[in-house]
Every structure is written in structure tokens, then in C-alpha cells.
Design a binder for this molecule. Structure first.
Ligand code: 5GP
Length: 189
């Protein structure tokens, strides 16, 4: 495989999706579409934001070895990365970007130790709260659960050893440029 695997994680509401989309456009990269068993939000498109599948279907794919990684996240829902498109992109020499959480990152790093892990942080908790509330997709209880999880998650991200870079997302453009430098650095070594 000649491509590069970039994993982006971070607390929810930190701006990962926007940053990953912009990076993918600029680098002509493959942006992985995850599979999930959680229900679709009103503004989400099946096959674009996620592949929304029932639990039995997800479990069938795990058993069939079709998932690169998977984890159970908020509310016990499954989230995972379909393996085939990622492997294909990498075989074609492309940059593949995964926006996944920590457990998934640890699994991917075990399989592909050369993958680069980046953990994104919000400038301040208030900032993250505003973004979560601003997107008006989650209930107050979900927002509270996500915010209280964020602190512990960040500590875990630092301790687990799966992330080589920690970026504070003060400004989307600056963060995309920082990621581009990380990609270029890897490609020239
Ligand atoms: P949301 O429900 O807000 O779309 O995503 C919730 C969390 O699931 C986020 O932290 C996101 O990074 C994580 N996630 C999304 N897709 C995947 C995936 O394919 N695998 C894993 N392990 N986590 C994912």
C-alpha cells in the first residue's frame, strides 16, 4: 500500500467534520464514510454523512471481517469504518482520512502502525458548548453527556499513545493548513 492513512478524532462539536471535508477537497483525498446504527438526523444523507444500517446488518459485517474498526459510542450505537474503500484508496496511493473516535483509532493503529493520528481540541469548553447547541441536532441531555465526556476523553487520547499530534481548532483554515503540513511531512519522509 502506498497511500497514507490520517485519523482525526476529538470531542464532539470541535469542528472535525468541517476540517476533514476541507482537507479532503484540497488534497483530493478519500474521506471515509462511516457506518452507524444510530438514527439519521434530519439534515443527514444516507451514504454521504453515514451509511445508516440496522444493528443486525452491522454485526453481520463485523463477523464477515468487513469493518476496518468499530466501536460502540453514545447510547450504545455502533460506529465503524467499512474496510474496502479505505484499502482501495490506499492501494491507489491516495490519502485516506478517517474521522473516528479513540477506540477505533487504537484498532486502526494496531493494524496500520504507520497511520497518523491527530486529536483536535476546542479552544475552550464554552466554545465547544456553543457549537453543540448551535447545530441544534442533539437534546440537552445528549449535549450534557457529550460535554462531560470530553475532558476524560482528551486525557485518554493523550495517554493511549495513538495520537502523534494535538491541534487546537482556533481557526478552521489554520487547522486545515496544520493538517496539510502533517501530511506533507509524512510524504517526504
Ligand atoms: P455523531 O453521532 O456525532 O455523528 O458521532 C459520534 C462519534 O462517533 C464521534 O466522536 C465520531 O468521531 C465517532 N465516529 C464516527 N464514525 C466513526 C467510525 O467509523 N468509527 C468510530 N470508531 N467512531 C466513529
Amino acid at each position: 500500500m502506498s497511500g497514507m492513512l490520517l485519523i482525526v478524532s476529538g470531542p464532539s462539536g470541535v469542528g472535525k467534520t468541517t476540517v476533514c471535508k476541507r482537507l479532503a477537497e484540497r488534497q483530493n483525498a478519500f474521506l471515509s464514510v462511516s457506518m452507524t446504527t444510530r438514527s439519521r438526523r434530519a439534515n443527514e444523507v444516507d451514504g454521504q454523512d453515514y451509511f445508516f444500517v440496522p444493528q443486525a446488518e452491522f454485526e453481520r459485517r463485523i463477523a464477515g471481517g468487513q469493518m476496518l474498526e468499530h466501536a460502540r459510542v453514545y447510547g450504545g450505537h455502533y460506529y465503524g469504518t467499512p474496510a474496502e474503500p479505505v484499502i482501495e484508496a490506499m492501494n491507489a496511493g491516495r490519502l485516506a482520512i478517517l474521522e473516528i473516535e479513540i477506540e477505533g483509532t487504537i484498532q486502526v493503529k494496531r493494524r496500520f502502525p504507520e497511520a497518523v493520528g491527530v486529536y483536535m481540541l476546542a479552544p475552550s469548553p464554552t466554545d465547544q458548548q456553543q457549537r453543540l447547541v448551535g447545530r441544534r441536532q442533539d437534546s440537552q441531555a445528549t449535549i450534557a453527556e457529550r460535554l462531560s465526556k470530553a475532558d476524560g476523553e482528551t486525557r485518554y487520547a493523550q495517554e493511549c499513545g495513538a495520537y502523534q499530534h494535538f491541534l487546537v481548532n482556533e481557526d478552521i483554515e489554520d487547522t486545515v493548513e496544520a493538517l496539510e503540513r502533517i501530511v506533507q511531512e509524512r510524504q517526504t519522509t
